[in-house]
Design a protein around this ligand. Structure first.
Ligand code: ZN
Ligand code: ZN
Length: 411
């Protein structure tokens, strides 16, 4: 049996044992599905209800199934304009590929497409010849954990700054991160431009300090919003300063303030930290403290910019503003991993171990050949590394490696 047939039989068993009911307002959505090795091979499908969708999953058994964030009057019509848009959810996607983490040095690897160079880690160009490289990406609890943290920050912003509490649904992407669907009535008719504005706000892109109330006046006073009335990003930046003062990490503060060719010695920072109470009461009254012989304008500007950068979210920009996107149906299988794109509650998120809890296939042993992998984590265990080995591994690992092309089915 070939890998594709084998994997499809596992998927079929799975869809025969579950009922997928995660798509709200199913009649107005466009669906697409994908085959072995191709995430979307067909689009513009519709289902009138969950029963029809589940019948399709059992009979046709696609490797991937996606649905539109948009609602349409005629979701199967083509071209897109003929579908007649009724509204669209917003989807924020965090993917481990888009976030820099140290773990990539241990599990990702690259080979140059031109010369013989290769190495560990994730980069775009060959350091030897400058040509593009081919990267083999893996995930681990650290990088997926980072996407979880960012999702939690996003949810906090949505709740605190926009009071978006209802109509929010979270799911694992099935592979490298998390999707947050916002489905409330208040966002359905937002234009692409408004979605972009919202995204920029959430991700702190192009943050303008002046318009947030941080202004260095001609009288050499650095004005800021009064702390007890500040809102949104003004508040987040002031909170960031307060955190810095509480941490009291002298070398960190001097490093962040010393950017833009402006050198701030650790001695200056120590002096400043002694004034912590005065800085705090200054922020209550609407200014950032200055000291004699200290360039308050450059210092505070560098610090504020640094705080904003630290709070930037690595969200996938295209997914967030696209109105005609199709995205994985929650609680279906991602065909490149065999993991469930599991829906979960906000309360479950902090302790959710995605690479463990979304594994749905059994541990029955499967004989594999030519297994080549770095050390990797799945369902709470570490496996490998392997180099062209013949080994018996649990079915859920077999699905993961066969679908990625890191192993062949044994005979
Ligand atoms: Zn090269
Ligand atoms: Zn990792």
């Amino acid at each position: 049996m070939g890998a594709e047939t084998y994997l499809r039989s596992i998927l079929k068993d799975y869809y025969n044992s579950v009922e997928v009911t995660t798509v709200p307002d199913i009649r107005s959505r466009e669906f697409g599905f994908g085959e072995f090795g191709k995430k979307i091979s067909s689009r513009h499908l519709t289902f009138s209800d969950n029963k029809q969708l589940n019948f399709f999953l059992r009979e046709r058994t696609p490797f991937y199934i996606s649905y539109s964030n948009a609602h349409y009057e005629f979701p199967d019509r083509r071209p897109m304009e003929k579908k007649i848009l009724l509204g669209a959810d917003i989807i924020y996607e965090f993917d481990a590929d888009d976030i820099e983490t140290e773990c990539k040095l241990s599990h990702d690897s690259w080979v140059c497409k031109s010369c013989d160079a290769k190495g560990k880690g994730n980069l775009e160009r060959c350091p030897e010849c400058g040509f593009g490289v081919k990267v083999e990406e893996w995930v681990c609890p650290e990088c997926v954990g980072e996407t979880k943290k960012q999702t939690q920050t996003l949810l906090k912003i949505l709740e605190e700054d926009f009071s978006f509490n209802d109509g929010i649904s979270i799911n694992f992407s099935g592979s490298k991160g998390f999707h947050t669907h916002i489905r409330g009535d208040n966002i359905q008719s937002l234009s692409k431009a408004a979605r972009l504005e919202l995204l920029d706000y959430i991700t702190a892109t192009n943050l303008d300090l002046k318009s947030l109330g941080f202004v260095y006046s001609s009288k050499k006073v650095f004005h800021c919003p009064k702390k007890n009335v500040a809102m949104g990003w003004s508040k987040k930046l002031l909170d960031g300063i307060e955190n810095l003062l509480d941490e009291g990490d002298v070398s960190k503060i001097s490093a962040m303030a010393s950017r833009n060719k402006h050198n701030v010695t650790e001695g200056t920072v120590k002096k400043l930290l002694k004034e912590k109470q005065n800085i705090m009461s200054g922020m209550e009254r609407g200014f950032l403290l200055s000291l004699p012989g200290f360039k308050a304008d450059r210092f505070w500007e560098s610090v504020l910019k640094y705080i904003a950068e630290e709070k930037m979210l690595g969200v996938d920009r295209q997914t967030s503003i696209d109105i005609n996107k199709i995205i994985r149906v929650p609680n279906t299988i991602h065909g490149s991993t065999g993991m469930n794109a599991m829906e979960l509650s906000r309360e479950e998120l902090p302790s959710f171990d995605a690479l463990k809890e979304t594994v749905v296939f059994s541990g029955e042993e499967v004989r594999l050949m030519n297994v080549t992998t770095p050390k990797f984590y799945i369902k709470g265990n570490w496996f490998g590394p392997f180099t062209k080995e013949e080994v018996s591994l649990p079915k859920y690992v077999a699905f993961y490696l066969l679908s990625r092309g890191n192993a062949e089915l044994g005979v």
